[in-house]
Design a protein around this ligand. Structure first.
Ligand code: MLT
Ligand code: MN
Ligand code: ZN
Length: 326
């Protein structure tokens, strides 16, 4: 690891106007950096049917890293939404996210995290080499980061931590407005006490709305239920990236790899009468993409009946490297 010597201060965040900021070039671009849920695919200690296929037949089950996307309007300045443990290899795969000029540079100007889960924050520890960026989170999630002093490796004179209030619009990147909003969820696993409130709506689990020229795109990697309020908000969206953790609620128990249901983890399932495909079936949404997919989920198998069922219902299954330009 090369740590930039402290005698150098970090470079200021580029305030330059967008070079390719012409009407035609300005559009929402999303790259899926990681499409798997916590644990990734295959998960290091898992031998479930899907993980086994991911090792033995990677063309039938494409391996995936943990949940994160990159967003841009010009292809030059980028924001990461969530920061997975695999962030370094994710950035290595994508030239647009690598230094484009100068000896030290990054196109990443902002990082926003949607909850305090390990799969969404651990990668921050790998971005400690004194490049400036803004770190956005709700006050509660910033509190979690503050309570874990290891995150102080992000030097405060380089990484500016900014609070985002629920339902307030921020300029995440020059020209890209984002709003975070509460979705039903739960506190991070490592913060669970004796009693866990599932489906609480507050600052601990948020979705993100991106808006450009009237077009809206949503990223909601964790959600316990689609409330009427959430369904209303999503109406008319150009694209939705939504919690695809489990196909069915008791999937991990059936696979013999865990004791928890999806509901207990704060994740609604895709299938069944209580599932997200049913909940959003009548909504007016352009592209529908499942993301944050757990390694037990059979939709990960390219030729599975569940994959076909999801696709027939109009859903795409995210993979690492997927580009979404609604
Ligand atoms: C989740 O999405 O439920 C968490 O990422 C679980 C975990 O911490 O592994
Ligand atoms: Mn997760
Ligand atoms: Zn597995």
């Amino acid at each position: 690891m090369l740590v930039w010597k402290p005698v150098f201060t970090c470079l200021p965040i580029s305030k330059s106007t967008l070079k390719s900021d012409t009407a035609g070039a300005r559009r929402l671009r999303v790259r899926v950096l990681g499409s798997a849920a916590g644990g990734g695919l295959p998960q290091w200690n898992c031998r479930c049917g899907v993980c086994r296929l991911a090792r033995a037949e990677p063309q039938r089950v494409i391996p995936r890293t943990q949940s994160s996307i990159a967003v841009s309007v010009d292809g030059e300045h980028w924001a990461l939404i969530n920061c997975a443990p695999e962030v370094l290899s994710q950035l290595q795969r994508d030239p647009a996210l690598q230094p484009g000029r100068d000896d030290r540079h990054t196109p990443i100007q902002s990082i926003l995290v949607t909850n305090g889960d390990v799969d969404h924050i651990a990668g921050l520890l790998s971005l400690r080499e004194r490049s400036p960026f803004r770190l956005y989170a709700t006050p509660e999630i910033h509190g979690v980061l503050r309570d874990n002093p290891i995150f102080n490796v992000l030097a405060p004179d380089c990484v500016e931590r900014r609070d985002v209030a629920l339902d307030s619009r921020i300029e995440l990147l020059p020209g890209l407005m984002a709003t975070v909003f509460a979705v039903p969820g739960k506190t991070a696993l490592y913060l669970e006490g004796d009693e866990v409130e599932i489906g609480a709506e507050g600052e601990s689990t948020v979705g993100v709305e991106f808006e450009l020229d009237g077009q809206r795109l949503y990223y909601i990697p964790g959600c316990a239920t689609v409330t009427p309020r959430l369904a209303d908000r999503l109406e008319g969206a150009a694209a939705l990236l939504f919690d695809g953790t489990l196909w069915r609620d008791d999937e991990m128990l059936r696979a013999g790899v865990g004791q928890k249901t999806g509901q207990r983890m704060g994740h609604m399932s895709m299938a069944g009468p209580e599932g997200s495909m049913t909940a959003l079936a009548d909504s007016d949404i352009g592209r529908r993409v499942f993301i944050h997919i757990n390694n037990t989920n059979p939709v990960l198998i390219e030729d599975s009946a569940e994959r076909r069922e999801a696709e027939d219902a109009g859903w795409e299954i995210a993979f690492d490297g997927m580009e979404i330009t609604p």
